[in-house]
Design a protein around this ligand. Structure first.
Ligand code: TYM
Length: 336
């Protein structure tokens, strides 16, 4: 059976982008067809300026939302990264496999470090080494597949490179994983700026739909989405990024292809307004049950604790032998 690993970072409230780009595949497909592990990667949330109480709160909220969205602890393993020491143990060994140049080429590092510097802040060293910790997350479990949105593809490529390099130098230790991207909505864009990704840690929130937004808020955000000049609904990411984004979201919510959806609107001569209204309703219907279930789960925190405790226990047992093997292979003396 294939092994799958993926993670989500508690740096903000989960968004529609996280759901359509990643979580939905985990729930609908991955947990049913493979040995799947899903992780709230809280250590990654410390790579940028953070408030400790908020990270703790968001970690719990992310785990609760993943259960609310349909992850079933009877089918998959859900846990919190910092509860399993093997991630940081392995990260160091992989830092000794990666190069400084490789890290500096990572797009997310370039973008985020530039943003931090522009805001007058300093850049944490962990922001640079973050992709190595992500590689450790994946390689510790011998994952074959990593279901992610488009923005994480480069990090998974790096993970593959590190696995191959380590195996060549020190003997076969790691499975070489591959990224699996959704066919639709692999990069959901900000509704107010459809040329940039809908990101959970952005300061401007008008263009971001959060999974916990009330229905009226969702409607308002989508009805106010920036669209393009012209009026015919066509799917063209370059020329009409705003409309293309709405088409991707609507297609993602209804399990269709954006091209097909666009053709339907243009054959009816429908306007952008109709597209926005239908998209808003589709998202409202998608999120309502998740929000309801989240409220129920919040009333039972001991259930969520139990899931995370069991998940961490299983994860530890799986990761330990691989990380021990990597320590031996790279030349560390086993404890006596
Ligand atoms: P994170 O927390 O930013 O995002 C979690 C998942 O959601 C996807 N995603 C999107 N997909 C489509 N459109 C968007 N606008 C959008 N925004 C986010 C991301 O691609 C991701 O799949 N580094 C990772 C977390 C991580 C991880 C891992 C993932 C750490 N270790 C190991 C996989 C395997 C991150 O920051 O994701």
């Amino acid at each position: 059976m294939a092994r799958i690993f993926s993670g989500i970072k508690p740096t903000g409230h989960l968004t529609l982008g996280n759901y359509l780009g990643a979580v939905r595949q985990w729930v609908d497909a991955d947990q049913h067809r493979a040995d799947a592990l899903f992780c709230v990667v809280d250590l990654h949330a410390l790579t940028v300026d953070h408030d400790p109480a908020r990270v703790r709160r968001l970690s719990r909220q992310a785990a609760t939302l993943l259960l609310a969205a349909g992850l079933d602890p009877g089918l998959c393993t859900l846990f919190v990264q910092s509860h399993v020491d093997e991630h940081t143990r392995l990260a160091y060994v992989l830092e000794c496999t990666a190069t400084d140049g490789e890290m500096r080429r990572m797009i997310q590092y370039k973008e985020k470090s530039a943003r931090e510097r522009a805001a007058g802040g300093s850049v944490r060293l962990s922001l640079l080494t973050y992709p190595v910790l992500m590689a450790a997350d994946i390689l510790a479990y011998g994952a074959d597949e990593v279901p992610v949105g488009d923005d994480q593809a480069q990090h998974v490529e790096l993970t593959r490179d590190l696995a191959v390099r380590f195996n060549q130098r020190y003997g076969r230790t790691f499975a070489v994983p591959k990224a699996v991207l959704p066919l639709v909505a692999a990069r959901v864009m900000d509704l107010q700026d459809p040329t940039s990704k809908m990101g959970k840690s952005h300061a401007e929130t008008a263009g971001i739909v959060y999974l916990l937004d009330e229905s009226d808020v969702v409607r308002k955000k989508i009805m106010r989405a920036v669209t393009d000049s012209g009026s015919e609904v066509v799917y063209d990411r370059e020329a009409q990024p705003g409309v293309a984004n709405l088409l991707e979201i609507l297609a993602g919510c209804t399990g269709r292809k954006p091209m097909e959806v666009a053709a339907e609107y243009s054959s009816r001569g429908s306007s952008y307004g109709a597209l926005k209204k239908d998209t808003a309703e589709a998202v409202v219907e998608l999120l309502r049950p998740i929000r309801d279930r989240h409220a129920q789960l919040c009333a039972d925190p001991s259930y969520v604790d139990g899931v995370l405790r069991e998940g961490a226990g299983r994860a530890r047992g799986l990761a330990r032998p691989t990380v021990d093997a990597a320590y031996r292979a790279i030349g560390l003396l086993p404890p006596v």
